[in-house]
Design a protein around this ligand. Structure first.
Ligand code: ME8
Length: 660
């Protein structure tokens, strides 16, 4: 009896419950909403892959003044307006291959009922009271501020004007939970992440905590969930919204289901709504006698081309347009690769194009298409048998690297370090590219006696690519599916991926491969200067040099010189290029963007020495592809045939400054 019950417990699958904020429906979704939701999707997919029973919740926040105002501007009632906006969110999530388990709308009965139940329980536990309140109210943020918090008549958070409002309302005794909350945060180091945000919240809690106004008089705002015990009031939109995290998994309605999912493993939010989650939500949960979520992760903020994103600036990035232009997977990849999760980042087309062309089209895409071409050409289009006789140390090293990803990628994912997890995965991509060069299957294929070795090499490449597809699946699900299908491992990844699929050797020899179109067709860049207007072509042809020499022996006009866009650039990263002894791949910050530059300075400078150095970049040089890597500019150095010294500056100078 005992033994069997033990078995039953050990068979229970581990669970993982992850949420995104529920987004306001005052407008259509933008890149910020896409970012949080994609990050949550990557984690949800990753956890499923590791065998967790996963619940991934997203949705929309539909009540409150903001939404009511947006609707009335359009001459619509709030529900009709919300219905239209929700359709835009749902379509976007489909397009971005978001695998949410549920989508909650705060206007749904299932949610409203639970909000009212929560209010009833709070009332019964005597943590609510009514009081007359006078304070400064920020209409767009729907928040009251105290006298000493308002900055020159403006909201301390959004900087917009506040109004003086006086009214009677319901309050939640939030202040009573301050010490308990501080203790909880101190004792649970992973509760608020990243650490800088945790310190921010602890700093906020140094000051006395006010009680929270949780109602709005119906006479002023009708668009909300009615108070169950006072028809004159509706629920403050933040209390309404936060409750979604428990209403959907069954709080107050389905005990077993709720016990299965609560507490949530991760609430992913942007840094803008950290306080509402860390303080309002935590104290409300304490008052309800519920556990706090295990982790609250607040990520950073995207700007666009170095500027704050806003409607008035007209620079709001539409994720639909990005997915159409670069493909959903490349867009997903870029957002998580470009910026360490938790830090702020800047979105720009040159930045996404550079990563697309070098990391996706070149590193991964080429490796994949070369491998399939070689299997078609040298192995009759079927995955060959890797005979142990042909295995060499080099192959074993690749297998070891592939195996080590389980631990390295795993620990980065557990720390929300998506960019580093991708870097680990790319270590295998890079290794495999070098492996192709070193083992040169095209040479092996010339001699029939190399058959065994050739088969081993091709098998190792195919199996490495299958494993890469498994690791990439959470980030780029469509690409991963294409890769495994074309490799003849036609599992439906969405349904059938198992933790064992990370293991080496699951690709069975003898299966036909089928090469399709390139995974990431290269993006041809527009030329920075129209060719015909270029007085001195960036890389002058012999003829044009002779032409120039004949007319003007050695001078160019000042106007011609002015066409050169020379900028101060700061070297951010520098790395060697495999198979090219003289070249380094640099990323150079020029203030408004980061450029990828291939420079022939490897014999003179070790990569590490260059980081942080200021250099002169020819910023409007026509991009060129050097050794398969796109170079978006050129840095200046002294020396004729060999590099003698890099051109740099005596004084510190800001990246992007014009050099004249
Ligand atoms: O705050 N960069 O909804 P919201 C990164 N309804 N992320 C961004 C971003 C940017 N520039 N802009 C928005 C609400 N986000 C409430 C939430 S939850 C119970 C209620 C993302 O539509 C980020 O996740 O204003 C941020 O927290 C969220 O969108 C705000 O979405």
């Amino acid at each position: 009896m005992k033994a069997s019950s033990k078995k039953a417990t050990s068979r229970k699958r581990k669970t993982f419950y992850i949420t995104t904020p529920i987004y306001y429906v005052n407008d259509v979704p933008h890149i910020g909403h896409a970012y949080t939701t994609i990050a949550a999707d990557v984690l949800a997919r990753y956890k499923r892959l590791r065998g967790y029973d996963t619940f991934f919740l997203t949705g929309t926040d539909e009540h409150g003044q903001k939404v009511q105002q947006a609707a009335s501007k359009k001459g619509l009632d709030p529900q009709t307006h919300a219905d239209r906006m929700v359709a835009a969110f749902k379509e976007l999530w489909k397009r971005l291959t978001i695998s949410n388990s549920d989508f909650v709308r705060t206007t749904e009965e299932r949610h409203k009922r639970v909000v009212q139940e929560v209010l009833r329980r709070l009332q019964e536990t005597h943590v609510l009271y009514t009081a007359s309140y006078e304070g400064w109210y920020c209409l767009p943020d729907e928040r009251f501020w105290a006298d000493d918090e308002v900055v020159e008549g403006k909201c301390p958070e959004c900087g917009r004007p506040v109004e003086r409002i006086s009214e009677s309302n319901y309050f939640f005794k939030m202040s009573a939970y301050r010490d308990r909350l501080r203790r909880h945060i101190r004792r649970h180091s992973g509760f608020i992440q990243p650490e800088s945000r945790r310190n921010e919240v602890l700093g906020f809690l140094e000051r006395p905590l006010e009680d929270l106004c949780i109602s709005r008089p119906r006479a002023r705002l009708a668009w909300g969930i009615p108070f169950p015990f006072d028809p004159d009031y509706v629920t403050y939109v933040w209390v309404d919204a936060l409750v979604n995290y428990i209403s959907v998994p069954g709080y107050g309605t389905d005990k077993r289901r709720f016990a299965k999912w609560w507490p949530a493993d991760v609430h992913l939010v942007g840094k803008d709504i950290l306080t509402t989650h860390a303080v309002y939500w935590s104290t409300l949960l304490m008052a309800l006698g519920l556990d706090l979520p295990k982790t609250l992760f607040a990520h950073g903020w995207w700007t666009v081309d170095g500027e704050k994103m806003s409607k008035s600036r007209g620079n709001v990035v539409d994720p639909n347009a990005m997915a159409a232009e670069y493909g959903t997977d490349a867009f997903r990849y870029f957002l998580l690769r470009e910026v360490p999760f938790g830090q702020d980042g800047d979105f720009s087309k040159p930045a996404i194009t550079a990563r697309y062309n070098s990391e996706l089209a070149n590193d991964l895409g080429n490796l994949f298409s070369r491998t399939l071409t070689m299997i078609e050409r040298y192995a009759g289009g079927v995955v060959p048998e890797p005979h142990p006789k042909g295995v060499k140390a080099e192959d074993r090293r690749m297998v070891e690297l592939a195996k080590s990803l389980y631990r390295t990628v795993g620990s980065e994912m557990d720390r929300f370090a998506f960019h580093r997890a991708l870097r680990e995965i790319w270590a295998l991509v890079d290794f495999a590219n070098r492996y192709v060069e070193r083992s040169a299957p095209w040479d092996l294929a010339k001699e029939p006696r190399n058959r065994v070795r050739l088969d081993v090499v091709l098998y190792h490449l195919a199996e490495t690519l299958r494993i890469l597809a498994v690791y990439l699946f959470p980030f780029m699900p469509t690409t991963a599916q294409r890769m495994t299908t074309e490799l003849g491992w036609a599992t439906s990844l969405e349904q059938a991926l198992k933790p064992q699929d990370f293991q080496w050797g699951r690709l069975k020899p003898g299966r036909p491969v089928q090469k399709g179109k390139p995974l990431f067709p290269r993006i041809e860049l527009p030329q920075t200067l129209p060719e015909r207007e270029t007085a001195a072509p960036a890389t002058p042809s012999k003829e044009s040099v002779m032409e120039l020499t004949r007319t003007e022996p050695s001078f160019i006009s000042i106007d011609e010189f002015r066409k050169l866009d020379l900028r101060v650039g700061r070297i951010v990263t520098a790395e060697k290029i495999t198979g090219a002894d003289k070249l380094l791949k640099l990323s150079v910050d020029i203030g408004t963007e980061t450029r990828q530059v291939v420079a022939g300075i490897a014999t003179k400078y070790a990569p590490d020495l260059l980081i942080g150095k200021s250099v002169v970049l020819v910023a409007n040089l026509k991009p060129a592809v050097i050794r398969g890597i796109e170079s978006q500019g050129m840095i200046l150095a002294a020396g004729d045939k060999t590099v003698e010294a890099l051109a740099t500056f005596i004084e510190p100078v800001e990246p992007g400054t014009r050099v004249k």
